[in-house]
Design a protein around this ligand. Structure first.
Ligand code: 1CP
Length: 369
C-alpha cells in the first residue's frame, strides 16, 4: 500500500505524461542538480559524490537546491543519485574521479560469475529509497518527484568499459562475440532495475525515467536485439509489480538517446525523451499510434549548448522549440514535457538556466482564442 504524502499542488508533469493538453509545458532539466550550481559545488567540496548519494539528508538537500533556486519555475524534482548505483549494488566498485571509474570492470564472460546471483535490492539500494521518501516529504507537494535507473544496455556498457568511453569497443565486442552471455548479463541487470523501480515508487517516486544514454551506439538491429526486449520487460514488469503491490501505476519515461523514436516508442513507455537531433514533428509522426493507437508524450529537446549562446539565442531557440512541439500536436500544447535534449553541462550560468525556464513558461502556452 502507498504511504501518505502531502498533496501535490502542481501536477502539470503528470498530466502531460498522461498525454493530456496542458496550459503550458511542464519543464525540468536533466542534471538540474549538478555542477553548474555553485551550491552543489560547495557541497561537493566537503563530500564525495557517492557519499552524497548514500546519505538521504545530503541527497535530499542536493535534490532541493534547484527547486529552491528556481521556485515556481521548475515542474519536477529528480532524485539526486547516479545510474551507477546499480552496478555497485551488483558488487562492483565505482569511484568518481572526476568521471566514473570501475576498479575491476568485466573483462571476460567468466567475470559474470563473480557477480552475485541474487541481489537484495532493499538492502543494497535502500539508501535511495530513504532519500526518495525524505525528498518527497521535503517537497511538501510543490512538484512531483522523479525516480530513475540506467537501462540495461547503458549499464552493461559501463560495467565492461569501466567508465566513459568514446568507441564502446569493448562492450560492443561482447554483443558480437558473446551474444548469449551478453543477454544473460542484460537479463540480470533488468531483474534488478525492475525491483529497484518498484521500490522507488513505494518510497515516493511519482514518475520513473529509464536512461538509455548509450542507445545511439547500437544499430537499429542491435538496439532491437540487445536493448528493446529488456526495456520492454522493465515497462511491463514494473507496471505489473506496482499493481500487485497496490502501488500507483506511475508514468514511465524512456530516454533512449540516439535511438530511432519509433523503436524507442515500441518499448511501451508513456513518454519518450528526444535529443536535439530530432524534429518533434517527425518524432510525433513516428511515435503516434504505435502503442494501442495512443499519443505518446514527447520530452525534450533543446540542444544543451544553446544555454551558452546568450539571452537572444536562448529566447529564439526556445520559441523555435515551442513552435515545433505545438505544430507536432496540431497547434496545441499537448503531451509535451519541455527539457534539454541531454543533461545541462557544468559551465552554464545559473541565471541563463533561469532565463531558459522563464522562456518555456512564456512561449509554451498556446493562446486559447
Ligand atoms: O563530481 C560530480 O559531481 C559528478 C557529476 C555528476 C552528477 C551531478 C555525475 C557523475 N552524476 C551526477 C548526477 C546524476 N547522474 C543525476 C542526478 C539527477 C539530476 O539532477 O538529473 C542523474 C539522473 C544521473 C544519471 C547518469 N549518470 C547518466 C544518465 C544521464 C546522462 O547524462 O546521460 C549517466 C550516463 C551517468 C554516468 C555519469 N555519472 C557522472 C558522469 C560524469 C557520468 C557520465 C560519464 C561518461 O559517460 O563519460
Amino acid at each position: 500500500m502507498a504511504q501518505e504524502f502531502p498533496t501535490l499542488t502542481n501536477d502539470l508533469l503528470l498530466r502531460a505524461a498522461r498525454g493530456e493538453q496542458t496550459e503550458r509545458a511542464p519543464v525540468w532539466v536533466m542534471r538540474q542538480a549538478g555542477r553548474y550550481l555553485p551550491e552543489f559545488r560547495k557541497t561537493r567540496e566537503t563530500h564525495e559524490f557517492f557519499e552524497i548519494c548514500r546519505s538521504p539528508t545530503l541527497a535530499t538537500e542536493i535534490t532541493m537546491q534547484p527547486i529552491r533556486r528556481y521556485a515556481g519555475l521548475l515542474d519536477a524534482a529528480i532524485i539526486f543519485s547516479d545510474i551507477l548505483v546499480v552496478p555497485q549494488a551488483m558488487g562492483m566498485e565505482v569511484i568518481m574521479n572526476p568521471g566514473p571509474h570501475f576498479t575491476d570492470p568485466l573483462n571476460t564472460p567468466a567475470d559474470i560469475e563473480k557477480l552475485p546471483r541474487e541481489v537484495d535490492v532493499e538492502k543494497e539500494l535502500g539508501y535511495v529509497f530513504e532519500a526518495l521518501t525524505l525528498t518527497r516529504k521535503t517537497l511538501a507537494g510543490q512538484v512531483p518527484l522523479i525516480g530513475f535507473t540506467g537501462a540495461p544496455w547503458t549499464l552493461m556498457m559501463y560495467m565492461i568499459e569501466g567508465g566513459g568511453s568514446q568507441t564502446r569497443q569493448k562492450s560492443k565486442t561482447w554483443l558480437f562475440k558473446y551474444p548469449e552471455v551478453s543477454k544473460q548479463l542484460l537479463a540480470r541487470i533488468t531483474d534488478i532495475c525492475v525491483q529497484y523501480l518498484i521500490g522507488q515508487v513505494n518510497a515516493g517516486a511519482q514518475l520513473l525515467q529509464v536512461f538509455d544514454s548509450n542507445a545511439g551506439d547500437l544499430s537499429p538491429y542491435d538496439f532491437s536485439t540487445f536493448a528493446l526486449p529488456y526495456l520492454k520487460r522493465i515497462a511491463d514488469e514494473v507496471r505489473e509489480g506496482l499493481k500487485a503491490r497496490q502501488l500507483p501505476v506511475v508514468p514511465l519515461t524512456l530516454f533512449a538517446k540516439g535511438a530511432s523514436p519509433s523503436l524507442a516508442a515500441s518499448a511501451g513507455y508513456d513518454t519518450i525523451g528526444l535529443d536535439w537531433t530530432l524534429d518533434p514533428r517527425d518524432a510525433a509522426k513516428l511515435t503516434d499510434g504505435i502503442i494501442d493507437g495512443r499519443t505518446i508524450t514527447l520530452q525534450g529537446n533543446l540542444d544543451p549548448v544553446v544555454l551558452y549562446g546568450g539571452r537572444e539565442a536562448i529566447e529564439r531557440e526556445v520559441k523555435r522549440m515551442c513552435n515545433a512541439f505545438h505544430s507536432a500536436r496540431g497547434g496545441a500544447c499537448k503531451a509535451w514535457i519541455a527539457n534539454l535534449g541531454h543533461g545541462i553541462t557544468p559551465g552554464v550560468d545559473p541565471e541563463d538556466m533561469k532565463f531558459f525556464l522563464e522562456c518555456v513558461h512564456k512561449y509554451s502556452a498556446v493562446p486559447s482564442s
